[in-house]
Ligand binder design. Structure first.
Ligand SMILES: Cc1ncc(COP(=O)(O)O)c(C=O)c1O
Length: 458
């Protein structure tokens, strides 16, 4: 649909007057934020007709299969005209089909609980942990550990499980029973004397468990690779030890794949890079690449069984939870079409191969720009940490990261960055193009970032 210039001006003024934008300070909003009107693959056009290359998958790691997929739109339409909704207490065709197909990618997992957002998927996991504590541990094993620098969502319990000080600031008091464990970012090593960073960082989790009392701790939630907290890869040996600690203390391991899930890191799921088995996995963004709102909380059969009623008299013993729009059939219909595309186009493999190209290209920029302290990533999921000097590793001011991202945009490239998450570490640029990215697009991302850093930092 062509939108005339006058109509665009009208829509922009309606937006300025009435739409309250996510994560946007009033001063920026009052000047007007860009209005994107069309997309195709990694290409995006704004209301002025300016074209961009999107290396952020829709700003927040969502559009894994790229923009403009008529195949997904058709699948949604066909489903909606047949049946759009019935509450998730009943069965429906796309939910059953997608669950089977998803679980084929997740050996060891066996049940899919549908909802609408990453936050909600995590809330479901937390409620499962709390109910298991009540049913099987006299209410004691109710605490949920989360890690410094990880993010698990915007709702109050998910935010209570988030290890990012600026994100939480001014939203307390928080939900009781959430306890922080130290981060595992080796570039910001808290244990310089330890012989093995990964083992030491895992041991730090056990120290918290022992301090709190293992009989009070029900679960640990971790991102497989930390996303918004700065693209933090787990150090070698970390995950194996974490799983072992959880087993020893009967603690459920929840892995938050809201960002990493569905190919982002060059495997179907981020945790599959490591020799571990989760108890609960949550996912959202890439599940339907933003064509519909859908999230999943996937569990083992054991977790499912722990949440079944004991007998007919046990009126409250099953998982008494609902998500109204978890019954919306557009979600699984879109997710199924999304997964078919990923398989047919071999996008997980492309993420691995193009991700290696992206990481190599960004790493090479270190030779030219002293402001680049560290480059990290796996698959099409990469980050650059900016520092004032490499010896002290002092983070640059947030304004530097903002200026580089803005310059990239002027040069036609959209990238991500840590966004008011920390008091000091808002110094990370991040990259997550759609998994369809070509070598030419990857090279263009690298070239524009090179140019932008040169313009901002000299
Ligand atoms: C790792 C992680 N978990 C959970 C969420 C929350 O997802 P949503 O915004 O869909 O609620 C996010 C959002 O960015 C995330 O990055």
């Amino acid at each position: 649909m062509n939108t005339s210039l006058n109509e665009v001006e009208l829509l922009k003024s309606l937006d300025r007057e009435h739409v309250w934008h996510h994560l946007t300070p009033g001063a920026a909003a009052s000047k007007g934020v860009p209005m994107f009107v069309r997309g195709e693959g990694l290409r995006l056009w704004d209301s002025e007709g300016v074209e961009y290359l999107d290396a952020s998958a829709g700003g927040v790691w969502v559009t894994n299969v790229g923009y403009g997929r008529t195949e997904i739109a058709d699948a949604i339409r066909d489903q909606l005209v047949e049946l759009n909704f019935f509450a998730g207490s009943m069965a429906n065709k796309p939910a059953a089909r997608f669950a089977r197909k998803l679980l084929d990618k997740m050996p060891g997992m066996s049940r899919v609980y549908y909802s609408n957002s990453g936050s909600e998927a995590n809330e479901k996991a937390f409620k499962m942990v709390r109910q298991i504590a009540h049913k099987h541990f006299g209410g004691k094993k109710h605490k949920i550990l989360y890690r410094e620098r990880d993010y698990h969502g915007t709702t109050l319990a998910a935010l209570s499980a988030t290890g990012q000080a600026e994100r939480r600031d001014q939203f307390g008091p928080f939900v009781p029973g959430f306890v922080e464990v130290p981060h595992c970012c080796e570039y910001r090593n808290q244990y310089p004397d330890a012989a093995h960073y990964g083992e030491r960082a895992a041991q730090a989790i056990e120290e918290v468990i022992l301090r709190e009392g293992p009989e009070t701790v029900g679960a640990l939630i971790l991102e497989p690779i930390t996303a918004g907290g700065g693209i933090i890869l787990p150090p070698p040996g970390y995950w194996e030890q974490v799983r072992e600690i959880c087993d020893r203390h009967q603690i459920l391991l929840i892995i938050d794949e809201v960002v990493c899930g569905l190919g982002r890191t060059g495997a179907w799921f981020g945790y599959q890079h490591y020799p571990i088995q989760p108890d609960i996995v949550t996912m959202a963004k890439g599940v339907a690449s933003g064509y519909a709102a859908i999230s999943c909380t996937v569990t083992t059969e054991r977790v499912f069984e722990l949440l079944q009623e004991a007998d007919a008299d046990d009126r409250l013993g099953y998982f008494r939870d609902i998500s109204t729009f978890g019954g919306c059939l557009a979600g699984p219909a879109a997710a199924l079409a999304n997964l078919n595309i990923m398989e047919r186009e071999n996008l997980v493999e492309n993420s691995r191969v193009m991700g290696a190209r992206l990481l190599a290209g960004l790493t090479a920029l270190k030779d030219k720009h002293a402001v680049i302290g560290d480059v990290r990533g796996k698959g099409l999921f990469a980050g650059i940490e900016l520092v004032t000097d490499r010896d002290s590793r002092t983070p640059v001011e947030e304004s530097v990261a903002i200026a580089i991202a803005a310059t990239c945009k002027q040069l036609g490239l959209i990238i991500g960055r840590t966004n008011r998450s920390f008091t000091e570490f808002n110094n990370i640029l991040n990259f997550s193009p759609a998994l369809t990215a070509t070598p030419e697009q990857i090279d263009r991302i690298i070239a524009i970032v090179d140019d932008a850093i040169g313009r901002v930092c000299g």
